[in-house]
Design a protein around this ligand. Sequence first.
Ligand SMILES: *[C@@H]1O[C@H](CO)[C@@H](O)[C@H](O)[C@H]1NC(C)=O
Ligand SMILES: *[C@@H]1O[C@H](CO)[C@@H](O)[C@H](O)[C@H]1NC(C)=O
Length: 832
Amino acid sequence: MSPSMAVLLVIIFLSFSSTAFSQSPSDTFTPKDNFLVDCGSDNTTEVPDGRQFQSESQTSSLLQAKDGYKVSANDANVSSPIYSSARIFKDEAKYSFNLTQPGFHWVRLHFYPIKNNVFDLQQASFSVNANKYVLLHSFNVDNNSNPILKEYLINATEAQFTISFLPLKNSAAFINAIEIVSAPNILIADKGAALFPVGDFNGLTSYAFQPVYRLNNGGPLITSTNDTLGRVWVSDQPFLTNSNMAKSVSVATDAIKFPNSPSISPVIAPQTVYASATAMADNLTNTNYNLTWKFDVDNSFSYLVRLHFCDIVSKSLNDLYFNVYVNQKMAVSNLDLSAINGALAVPYFKDIVVDVSLMTGGLTVQIGPANSANAIMNGIEVMKMSNPVNSLDGEFGVDGKEGDGSNRTAVAAVGFAMMFGAFVGLGAMVIKWHKRPQDWDRRNSFSSWLLPLHAGDGSFMGGSKTSGSHLSTSAGLGRYFSLAELQEATKNWDPKTIIGVGGFGNVFLCVIDDGTQVAVKRGNSDSEQGITEFQTEIQMLSKLRHRHLVSLIGYCDENEEMILVYEYMSNGPLRNHLYGKNLPPLSWKQRLEICIGAARGLHYLHTGTAQGIIHRDVKTTNILLDDSFTAKVADFGLSKDGPMGQGHVSTAVKGSFGYLDPEYFRLQQLTDKSDVYSFGVVLLEALCARAPLNPQLPREQVNLADWALQCKRKGSIEKVMDPLLVGACDPESVNKFAEAAEKCLADSGADRPSMGDVLWNLEYALQLQEAFLQAKDDNESDTKYPHDLPISPQEANNNNNDGDDAKEKQDVSIEIHSETTMFDQLSNVTAR
Ligand SMILES: *[C@@H]1O[C@H](CO)[C@@H](O)[C@H](O)[C@H]1NC(C)=O
Ligand SMILES: *[C@@H]1O[C@H](CO)[C@@H](O)[C@H](O)[C@H]1NC(C)=O
């Protein structure tokens, strides 16, 4: 310990022992760095809280831009004058700030799409980086006509702090105002609590944060005027799921006594936050319940949850004991606030890190009485944490890369959290960053539409709804079904007939007039996958007829319904036959035939129509099997007509984690080679009988593509292939197959083969296997065992499990458990 630290500790100790509490601590904070830039403004601008934003002429030295359009408009509807001007950039632009002090800084970006002659800002799509962090990826205000504030807390380690704006191809970036302001050191402590297992979480200061919710429980709105750090705290009412069982309590702000502790002061949260709380309603006789707050969050990120407490309800010490749960896990048990400082009305806060693996069901915070009849909560802050590639938006880092090996695990974990959703049947993992509102209300994002319980408010589709008019006027869309007809066939949408659940809605199995079994996909009215994708799917499918594509039989759009009727694929998705469902394993020959079928389907999509079609979401859950195990490619909702070959489609990134072509993500340019990449992952899944991402495995094995190719290059492909196949298939055939997969997974699209080439290689692998089986038959004509060996599912499972510590087993069983309880009857899932 250094002498100065020792002195500091002594001082703290002394101050504790003399006056334990201070009535009026310094509650103002003066930031060392305080850059407030009103972009595009000719004059200094004073905002309602009294702060002065600087004009263009005062800040011109900060900006480096190839172009630069200053626009302004007088708009009486906006709350702050900073929204009446903006900068527009059609090319990359940077603001650089020279900081005087390292450490956490607030970065606040203000966006308001003002009307102008340069660019329609409602349509502007761009990314924003701050030093090494991605703040926004393919951001778009998405018809939001209110000002948008994006707030971040970033630990600056260099004097130069740069915010860059990167417009997408043929688009523009814009910004109305920027704030770069020092935050007090105590705001983010390095140590928080991990939730599961409960323990310390160290290293918080090495993350960047994006506050997404900040609540003053039981109290009023606190604006930037009333918080020395310029924060806004809103009421908790909208987040409380059982507000009828809650009541608001408050005391005068001067009753709040901050302890003389270096770690808590009014900069952590203003007195007003601690002077009010939400508590259990006292008119209820039964207090055996929890108060629950629920937050929409992006399931692919970890969050720092900061809970603020202050016992303003007890009459005496040791009177209030309660439990705090985060995502159903005990976060603090038997909390007695009075015991922490030996006094009442003393602020206390607790930082809890909710790991991405616990984010599958959104974020909930609950409190319930322990040894008393009450429980309180004074404030809740929810901050998104940067992921291992230093992004706060999306999976990729500032260089467009997924990061090196050391980052893989966590990136994969991101994917896994999402894939877990798929495992429990909640549908396609579609990435829809583009044209979606961000953060504060991510209701429209992929992470929430996976979860029926967050089903959006329907407004997303509102604009484009074709108010009940039939599409049937346009010819060639297959048979038109009346709503009544389908209601009857599905016994009025009897849940017992549901065979699949997805982002779009439910899939029902029923029989139509002539006794044909069909799969009926009914879009739920507040599905985010709106009418546009519905129409795309009808148009795509009705144009396409191929033995290896799932055919559309007809549709119904009566009463704004979005219903598609498909041929029924009784054996469900390929994935179910590879892993996770305990179905009898497929032989190598069957796997080859299925992959060949799917490759033919994709080859037809790419080349069989005049303009070529890119599937965009190739994965093992979109390859369905009929009763004779013929593979058919399904799900064209995301497909895109596109010029193929030399051309490309510049588009929003869509697709599924684990299958996403990194080049597509980087360049946002879609070609048929993106499907080829995803198909390479499908091939490896078929060979290895495991998921593309499995964070339960040792780090180097998490990503199937990386691990399998590594093994292949070392000549030890058997290390990663399905153990059931070893010995039952021709090594040459496997080699040919693995080679095909490797080529598909080439970094650059140009180096990947066409689907036609892939098909050729797979057929060759099949020939090799058939020759092998023939020879084996000849040699061992007396053997009892067929090559398509049926092995009991349990055995298969054991063989497949290469790690075996207790935790892993437990996790696996949890996963299977949730599948069987929720979707027991859904073993045959068609479409998404
Ligand atoms: C915020 O500050 C203003 C001006 O100082 C004051 O009038 C108002 O009561 C404060 N509001 C809260 C919620 O503290
Ligand atoms: C409160 O919530 C926790 C975690 O979700 C749960 O385990 C507990 O049973 C709940 N208590 C009551 C009384 O509902």
